[in-house]
Design a protein around this ligand. Sequence first.
Ligand code: PMP
Length: 392
Amino acid sequence: MSVRTGESVFDWIDTRAEARAKAGLARRVRPRPADSTDLDLASNDYLGLARDKRVTGAAAAATLRWGAGSTGSRLVTGSTELHTELEYELANFCGAQSALVFSSGYLANLAALTALSGPGTAIVADQHIHASLIDGTKLSKADVVVAGHCDVPQVTHALATRGKRRALVVTDSVFSVDGDLAPLAELSAVCREHDAALIVDDAHGLGVVGDGGRGAVHAAGLAKAPDVVTTVTLSKSLGAQGGAVLGSGRVIRHLVDTARTFIFDTGLAPASVAASLAALRILREEPERPARALDVAQDLAFRLKEKGFLVSTPTAAVVSIQAPSPEAAFAWAEACRTQGVVVGCFRPPSVPDRISRLRLTARADLSDGEIERAVRVITETGASAGAVSRRP
Ligand code: PMP
Protein backbone atom coordinates (compact mmCIF):
# COMPACT_ATOMS: atom_id res chain seq x y z
CA MET A 1 0.00 0.00 0.00
CA SER A 2 1.34 3.43 -0.83
CA VAL A 3 0.70 6.72 0.90
CA ARG A 4 0.53 9.48 -1.71
CA THR A 5 2.37 12.59 -0.66
CA GLY A 6 3.02 14.23 -4.02
CA GLU A 7 2.82 13.89 -7.77
CA SER A 8 4.25 10.66 -9.19
CA VAL A 9 7.21 10.98 -11.56
CA PHE A 10 5.37 8.86 -14.08
CA ASP A 11 2.20 11.02 -14.02
CA TRP A 12 4.49 14.03 -14.52
CA ILE A 13 6.18 12.50 -17.59
CA ASP A 14 2.78 11.54 -19.06
CA THR A 15 1.59 15.15 -18.71
CA ARG A 16 4.73 16.39 -20.40
CA ALA A 17 4.41 13.82 -23.22
CA GLU A 18 0.84 15.01 -23.87
CA ALA A 19 1.96 18.64 -24.01
CA ARG A 20 4.76 17.77 -26.47
CA ALA A 21 2.38 15.79 -28.66
CA LYS A 22 -0.08 18.74 -28.71
CA ALA A 23 2.70 21.15 -29.69
CA GLY A 24 3.90 18.86 -32.49
CA LEU A 25 7.17 18.26 -30.65
CA ALA A 26 7.02 14.51 -29.97
CA ARG A 27 10.15 12.73 -31.19
CA ARG A 28 10.53 9.30 -32.65
CA VAL A 29 13.45 6.90 -33.02
CA ARG A 30 13.55 5.46 -36.53
CA PRO A 31 15.86 2.53 -37.20
CA ARG A 32 17.64 2.92 -40.53
CA PRO A 33 17.58 -0.26 -42.67
CA ALA A 34 21.04 -1.36 -43.86
CA ASP A 35 19.89 -1.64 -47.47
CA SER A 36 18.02 1.69 -47.63
CA THR A 37 18.03 3.30 -51.06
CA ASP A 38 16.83 6.66 -49.69
CA LEU A 39 18.79 9.76 -50.58
CA ASP A 40 20.53 10.80 -47.36
CA LEU A 41 20.63 14.54 -46.67
CA ALA A 42 20.40 14.18 -42.91
CA SER A 43 23.49 12.35 -41.71
CA ASN A 44 26.77 13.96 -40.70
CA ASP A 45 28.78 11.76 -43.04
CA TYR A 46 29.92 14.88 -44.90
CA LEU A 47 32.69 13.22 -46.88
CA GLY A 48 30.96 9.91 -47.52
CA LEU A 49 33.58 8.03 -45.49
CA ALA A 50 31.37 6.08 -43.04
CA ARG A 51 31.00 3.26 -45.54
CA ASP A 52 34.29 3.65 -47.37
CA LYS A 53 35.84 0.17 -47.52
CA ARG A 54 39.20 1.48 -46.31
CA VAL A 55 37.50 2.88 -43.22
CA THR A 56 35.24 -0.07 -42.47
CA GLY A 57 38.11 -2.49 -43.26
CA ALA A 58 40.36 -0.73 -40.75
CA ALA A 59 37.60 -0.91 -38.13
CA ALA A 60 37.09 -4.63 -38.74
CA ALA A 61 40.83 -5.37 -38.61
CA ALA A 62 41.22 -3.40 -35.37
CA THR A 63 38.35 -5.30 -33.78
CA LEU A 64 39.99 -8.61 -34.66
CA ARG A 65 43.37 -7.46 -33.39
CA TRP A 66 42.42 -5.47 -30.27
CA GLY A 67 38.93 -6.70 -29.39
CA ALA A 68 35.40 -5.34 -29.55
CA GLY A 69 35.88 -2.92 -26.70
CA SER A 70 38.82 -1.02 -25.28
CA THR A 71 38.41 -3.01 -22.02
CA GLY A 72 38.87 -0.16 -19.55
CA SER A 73 39.22 3.52 -18.89
CA ARG A 74 42.00 5.35 -20.70
CA LEU A 75 44.29 5.45 -17.66
CA VAL A 76 43.88 1.75 -16.87
CA THR A 77 43.69 -0.61 -19.89
CA GLY A 78 41.65 1.45 -22.38
CA SER A 79 44.53 3.11 -24.26
CA THR A 80 45.88 1.05 -27.15
CA GLU A 81 48.76 2.01 -29.43
CA LEU A 82 46.06 2.98 -31.92
CA HIS A 83 44.74 5.66 -29.55
CA THR A 84 48.20 7.22 -29.31
CA GLU A 85 48.63 7.06 -33.07
CA LEU A 86 45.28 8.77 -33.62
CA GLU A 87 46.13 11.50 -31.12
CA TYR A 88 49.42 12.12 -32.86
CA GLU A 89 47.96 12.17 -36.37
CA LEU A 90 44.94 14.26 -35.43
CA ALA A 91 47.07 16.93 -33.76
CA ASN A 92 49.43 16.87 -36.71
CA PHE A 93 46.64 17.17 -39.29
CA CYS A 94 44.94 20.05 -37.50
CA GLY A 95 48.24 21.79 -36.79
CA ALA A 96 47.79 21.57 -33.00
CA GLN A 97 50.49 20.71 -30.49
CA SER A 98 48.62 17.82 -28.83
CA ALA A 99 45.36 15.92 -28.87
CA LEU A 100 43.40 13.74 -26.47
CA VAL A 101 40.77 11.29 -27.69
CA PHE A 102 37.45 10.81 -25.87
CA SER A 103 34.64 8.38 -26.53
CA SER A 104 32.46 11.14 -27.99
CA GLY A 105 32.53 14.79 -28.99
CA TYR A 106 29.97 15.40 -26.26
CA LEU A 107 32.35 14.09 -23.61
CA ALA A 108 35.28 16.04 -25.11
CA ASN A 109 33.24 19.23 -24.68
CA LEU A 110 32.28 18.37 -21.10
CA ALA A 111 35.96 17.69 -20.39
CA ALA A 112 37.26 20.95 -21.85
CA LEU A 113 34.73 23.09 -20.01
CA THR A 114 34.82 21.39 -16.63
CA ALA A 115 38.59 20.96 -16.48
CA LEU A 116 39.39 24.51 -17.54
CA SER A 117 36.88 26.32 -15.36
CA GLY A 118 35.06 26.05 -12.06
CA PRO A 119 33.38 28.12 -9.39
CA GLY A 120 34.79 31.62 -9.69
CA THR A 121 35.51 31.36 -13.43
CA ALA A 122 33.56 33.59 -15.79
CA ILE A 123 32.36 31.77 -18.90
CA VAL A 124 31.17 33.93 -21.78
CA ALA A 125 29.18 31.71 -24.15
CA ASP A 126 27.62 32.42 -27.54
CA GLN A 127 23.85 32.15 -27.40
CA HIS A 128 23.80 29.37 -30.02
CA ILE A 129 26.44 26.97 -28.70
CA HIS A 130 25.81 23.23 -28.93
CA ALA A 131 23.90 21.46 -26.15
CA SER A 132 27.04 19.60 -25.04
CA LEU A 133 28.82 22.91 -24.43
CA ILE A 134 25.80 24.24 -22.54
CA ASP A 135 25.87 21.14 -20.35
CA GLY A 136 29.61 21.67 -19.83
CA THR A 137 29.00 25.22 -18.62
CA LYS A 138 26.36 23.94 -16.18
CA LEU A 139 28.58 21.14 -14.85
CA SER A 140 31.49 23.54 -14.43
CA LYS A 141 29.62 25.61 -11.79
CA ALA A 142 31.23 28.71 -13.29
CA ASP A 143 29.38 32.02 -13.65
CA VAL A 144 27.97 32.03 -17.15
CA VAL A 145 27.23 35.10 -19.26
CA VAL A 146 25.34 34.36 -22.46
CA ALA A 147 26.43 36.72 -25.25
CA GLY A 148 24.41 37.46 -28.38
CA HIS A 149 25.09 35.28 -31.39
CA CYS A 150 28.53 36.10 -32.85
CA ASP A 151 28.38 39.41 -30.95
CA VAL A 152 32.04 40.34 -30.41
CA PRO A 153 31.28 43.69 -28.67
CA GLN A 154 29.11 41.86 -26.11
CA VAL A 155 31.87 39.33 -25.49
CA THR A 156 34.36 42.18 -25.08
CA HIS A 157 32.09 43.94 -22.59
CA ALA A 158 31.56 40.77 -20.56
CA LEU A 159 35.32 40.17 -20.39
CA ALA A 160 36.11 43.77 -19.55
CA THR A 161 33.62 43.85 -16.66
CA ARG A 162 34.37 40.43 -15.15
CA GLY A 163 36.58 41.73 -12.37
CA LYS A 164 39.47 39.57 -11.26
CA ARG A 165 37.98 36.24 -12.27
CA ARG A 166 39.59 33.84 -14.76
CA ALA A 167 37.63 33.78 -18.00
CA LEU A 168 36.76 31.42 -20.85
CA VAL A 169 34.97 32.34 -24.05
CA VAL A 170 33.06 29.46 -25.61
CA THR A 171 31.77 29.12 -29.16
CA ASP A 172 31.04 26.67 -31.95
CA SER A 173 33.12 27.32 -35.09
CA VAL A 174 30.35 26.33 -37.50
CA PHE A 175 26.99 26.55 -35.73
CA SER A 176 25.07 23.33 -36.01
CA VAL A 177 21.63 24.73 -36.80
CA ASP A 178 22.32 27.34 -39.49
CA GLY A 179 25.86 26.41 -40.48
CA ASP A 180 27.19 29.96 -40.00
CA LEU A 181 30.77 30.65 -38.97
CA ALA A 182 31.90 32.29 -35.72
CA PRO A 183 34.26 35.29 -35.96
CA LEU A 184 37.14 33.23 -34.56
CA ALA A 185 40.00 35.62 -35.33
CA GLU A 186 38.18 38.54 -33.66
CA LEU A 187 37.16 36.45 -30.67
CA SER A 188 40.72 35.25 -30.24
CA ALA A 189 42.08 38.81 -30.39
CA VAL A 190 39.58 39.94 -27.75
CA CYS A 191 40.42 36.95 -25.55
CA ARG A 192 44.13 37.70 -25.79
CA GLU A 193 43.59 41.35 -24.96
CA HIS A 194 41.57 40.38 -21.88
CA ASP A 195 43.64 37.40 -20.78
CA ALA A 196 40.91 34.84 -21.44
CA ALA A 197 41.04 31.38 -23.00
CA LEU A 198 38.98 30.60 -26.10
CA ILE A 199 37.28 27.21 -26.47
CA VAL A 200 36.09 26.40 -29.97
CA ASP A 201 33.92 23.43 -30.87
CA ASP A 202 35.06 22.61 -34.42
CA ALA A 203 32.74 19.59 -34.80
CA HIS A 204 31.31 20.83 -38.11
CA GLY A 205 34.51 22.48 -39.31
CA LEU A 206 36.87 19.50 -39.23
CA GLY A 207 36.95 17.78 -42.61
CA VAL A 208 35.08 20.55 -44.42
CA VAL A 209 36.43 24.01 -43.60
CA GLY A 210 39.87 25.35 -44.45
CA ASP A 211 42.93 23.95 -46.17
CA GLY A 212 42.23 20.27 -46.92
CA GLY A 213 39.53 20.21 -44.21
CA ARG A 214 41.90 21.04 -41.36
CA GLY A 215 39.05 22.88 -39.69
CA ALA A 216 37.95 26.42 -38.91
CA VAL A 217 40.49 26.93 -36.12
CA HIS A 218 43.34 26.07 -38.47
CA ALA A 219 41.80 28.31 -41.16
CA ALA A 220 41.75 31.21 -38.68
CA GLY A 221 45.46 30.67 -37.99
CA LEU A 222 44.78 29.65 -34.38
CA ALA A 223 45.70 25.96 -34.38
CA LYS A 224 48.87 26.50 -32.36
CA ALA A 225 47.69 29.46 -30.29
CA PRO A 226 48.47 28.60 -26.66
CA ASP A 227 45.27 30.24 -25.42
CA VAL A 228 42.91 28.43 -27.82
CA VAL A 229 41.48 24.98 -27.08
CA THR A 230 39.63 23.13 -29.85
CA THR A 231 37.21 20.26 -29.56
CA VAL A 232 36.19 18.01 -32.44
CA THR A 233 34.05 14.98 -33.10
CA LEU A 234 35.19 11.92 -35.05
CA SER A 235 31.59 11.12 -35.90
CA LYS A 236 30.86 13.63 -38.65
CA SER A 237 33.30 14.15 -41.54
CA LEU A 238 35.52 11.27 -40.40
CA GLY A 239 32.51 8.93 -40.54
CA ALA A 240 33.54 7.12 -37.35
CA GLN A 241 32.74 7.76 -33.69
CA GLY A 242 34.45 9.55 -30.82
CA GLY A 243 35.75 13.00 -30.00
CA ALA A 244 38.94 14.85 -29.15
CA VAL A 245 40.34 17.95 -27.52
CA LEU A 246 43.22 19.69 -29.30
CA GLY A 247 45.50 22.16 -27.59
CA SER A 248 48.87 22.86 -26.09
CA GLY A 249 50.79 20.14 -24.25
CA ARG A 250 50.03 21.70 -20.89
CA VAL A 251 46.27 21.80 -21.55
CA ILE A 252 46.25 18.16 -22.64
CA ARG A 253 48.30 17.08 -19.59
CA HIS A 254 45.85 18.94 -17.37
CA LEU A 255 42.93 17.10 -18.99
CA VAL A 256 44.63 13.72 -18.50
CA ASP A 257 44.98 14.47 -14.81
CA THR A 258 41.64 16.12 -14.14
CA ALA A 259 38.95 15.66 -16.81
CA ARG A 260 36.33 13.36 -15.35
CA THR A 261 34.95 12.28 -18.74
CA PHE A 262 38.45 11.12 -19.65
CA ILE A 263 39.28 9.43 -16.36
CA PHE A 264 35.98 7.72 -15.55
CA ASP A 265 34.78 6.71 -19.01
CA THR A 266 35.76 3.56 -20.92
CA GLY A 267 38.22 4.36 -23.71
CA LEU A 268 36.97 4.66 -27.28
CA ALA A 269 36.53 1.24 -28.97
CA PRO A 270 39.49 0.16 -31.16
CA ALA A 271 37.20 -0.10 -34.21
CA SER A 272 36.29 3.60 -33.94
CA VAL A 273 39.89 4.63 -33.34
CA ALA A 274 41.10 2.71 -36.39
CA ALA A 275 38.22 3.99 -38.53
CA SER A 276 39.07 7.59 -37.57
CA LEU A 277 42.73 7.03 -38.39
CA ALA A 278 41.88 5.52 -41.79
CA ALA A 279 39.51 8.44 -42.55
CA LEU A 280 42.12 10.98 -41.55
CA ARG A 281 44.64 9.36 -43.90
CA ILE A 282 42.09 9.43 -46.75
CA LEU A 283 41.54 13.11 -46.04
CA ARG A 284 45.26 13.72 -46.41
CA GLU A 285 45.43 11.78 -49.67
CA GLU A 286 42.22 13.18 -51.15
CA PRO A 287 42.14 16.86 -50.17
CA GLU A 288 39.51 17.59 -52.83
CA ARG A 289 36.77 15.96 -50.72
CA PRO A 290 36.18 18.89 -48.33
CA ALA A 291 35.91 21.38 -51.19
CA ARG A 292 33.38 19.15 -52.92
CA ALA A 293 31.23 18.93 -49.73
CA LEU A 294 31.22 22.73 -49.49
CA ASP A 295 30.37 23.09 -53.20
CA VAL A 296 27.43 20.71 -52.81
CA ALA A 297 26.15 22.68 -49.80
CA GLN A 298 26.41 25.98 -51.64
CA ASP A 299 24.77 24.53 -54.74
CA LEU A 300 21.85 23.16 -52.69
CA ALA A 301 21.42 26.48 -50.89
CA PHE A 302 21.56 28.49 -54.12
CA ARG A 303 18.97 26.37 -55.89
CA LEU A 304 16.58 26.33 -52.93
CA LYS A 305 16.90 30.10 -52.46
CA GLU A 306 15.98 30.50 -56.12
CA LYS A 307 12.76 28.63 -55.36
CA GLY A 308 11.94 31.28 -52.76
CA PHE A 309 12.79 29.44 -49.53
CA LEU A 310 14.46 31.11 -46.57
CA VAL A 311 17.80 29.31 -46.73
CA SER A 312 20.99 29.78 -44.71
CA THR A 313 24.26 30.71 -46.40
CA PRO A 314 26.50 27.67 -45.91
CA THR A 315 30.09 27.99 -44.74
CA ALA A 316 30.41 24.23 -44.26
CA ALA A 317 28.21 21.22 -45.05
CA VAL A 318 25.10 22.37 -43.16
CA VAL A 319 22.20 24.01 -45.02
CA SER A 320 19.02 24.96 -43.21
CA ILE A 321 15.62 26.06 -44.52
CA GLN A 322 13.14 27.82 -42.31
CA ALA A 323 9.71 26.28 -41.82
CA PRO A 324 6.60 28.19 -40.76
CA SER A 325 5.92 26.05 -37.65
CA PRO A 326 7.14 22.90 -35.87
CA GLU A 327 4.16 20.99 -37.30
CA ALA A 328 4.90 22.21 -40.84
CA ALA A 329 8.59 21.29 -40.46
CA PHE A 330 7.65 17.80 -39.36
CA ALA A 331 5.07 17.35 -42.13
CA TRP A 332 7.57 18.67 -44.69
CA ALA A 333 10.33 16.30 -43.57
CA GLU A 334 7.85 13.40 -43.58
CA ALA A 335 6.69 14.25 -47.10
CA CYS A 336 10.33 14.30 -48.27
CA ARG A 337 10.89 10.92 -46.66
CA THR A 338 7.84 9.45 -48.37
CA GLN A 339 9.49 10.45 -51.63
CA GLY A 340 12.78 8.84 -50.64
CA VAL A 341 14.70 11.94 -49.53
CA VAL A 342 15.76 11.96 -45.88
CA VAL A 343 16.28 15.40 -44.36
CA GLY A 344 16.77 16.54 -40.79
CA CYS A 345 13.97 18.29 -38.95
CA PHE A 346 14.99 20.70 -36.19
CA ARG A 347 12.31 21.98 -33.84
CA PRO A 348 12.35 23.49 -30.37
CA PRO A 349 14.15 22.79 -28.08
CA SER A 350 16.90 21.94 -30.63
CA VAL A 351 16.73 25.40 -32.22
CA PRO A 352 17.99 28.38 -30.23
CA ASP A 353 15.56 30.91 -31.74
CA ARG A 354 12.43 28.69 -31.73
CA ILE A 355 12.29 28.78 -35.55
CA SER A 356 11.80 25.25 -36.86
CA ARG A 357 13.85 24.21 -39.85
CA LEU A 358 14.65 21.49 -42.28
CA ARG A 359 18.33 20.81 -41.97
CA LEU A 360 20.16 19.35 -44.93
CA THR A 361 23.69 18.11 -44.83
CA ALA A 362 25.72 18.07 -48.00
CA ARG A 363 28.00 15.16 -48.82
CA ALA A 364 31.08 15.15 -51.01
CA ASP A 365 29.81 11.98 -52.71
CA LEU A 366 26.42 13.34 -53.85
CA SER A 367 26.04 13.31 -57.63
CA ASP A 368 24.58 16.22 -59.63
CA GLY A 369 21.53 14.05 -60.36
CA GLU A 370 21.00 13.43 -56.65
CA ILE A 371 21.25 17.15 -55.90
CA GLU A 372 18.66 17.87 -58.58
CA ARG A 373 16.34 15.21 -57.21
CA ALA A 374 16.71 16.58 -53.66
CA VAL A 375 15.86 20.12 -54.78
CA ARG A 376 12.84 18.93 -56.74
CA VAL A 377 11.40 16.87 -53.86
CA ILE A 378 12.06 19.56 -51.23
CA THR A 379 10.46 22.21 -53.46
CA GLU A 380 7.35 20.18 -54.26
CA THR A 381 6.77 19.12 -50.67
CA GLY A 382 7.68 22.57 -49.30
CA ALA A 383 4.92 24.25 -51.29
CA SER A 384 2.31 22.07 -49.60
CA ALA A 385 3.92 22.69 -46.18
CA GLY A 386 3.42 26.43 -46.78
CA ALA A 387 7.16 27.10 -46.57
CA VAL A 388 7.77 29.14 -49.70
CA SER A 389 8.02 32.86 -49.11
CA ARG A 390 7.41 34.22 -52.60
CA ARG A 391 9.47 37.24 -53.39
CA PRO A 392 7.66 40.19 -54.96
N1 PMP B 1 29.38 19.61 -30.94
C1 PMP B 1 28.59 19.86 -31.99
C2 PMP B 1 28.57 21.23 -32.58
C3 PMP B 1 27.79 18.84 -32.52
O1 PMP B 1 26.98 19.09 -33.56
C4 PMP B 1 27.84 17.56 -31.93
C5 PMP B 1 27.03 16.39 -32.48
N2 PMP B 1 25.72 16.62 -32.71
C6 PMP B 1 28.66 17.36 -30.83
C7 PMP B 1 29.43 18.40 -30.38
C8 PMP B 1 28.72 16.03 -30.13
O2 PMP B 1 29.56 15.16 -30.81
P1 PMP B 1 29.37 13.58 -30.67
O3 PMP B 1 28.20 13.24 -31.51
O4 PMP B 1 30.65 13.00 -31.13
O5 PMP B 1 29.11 13.32 -29.22
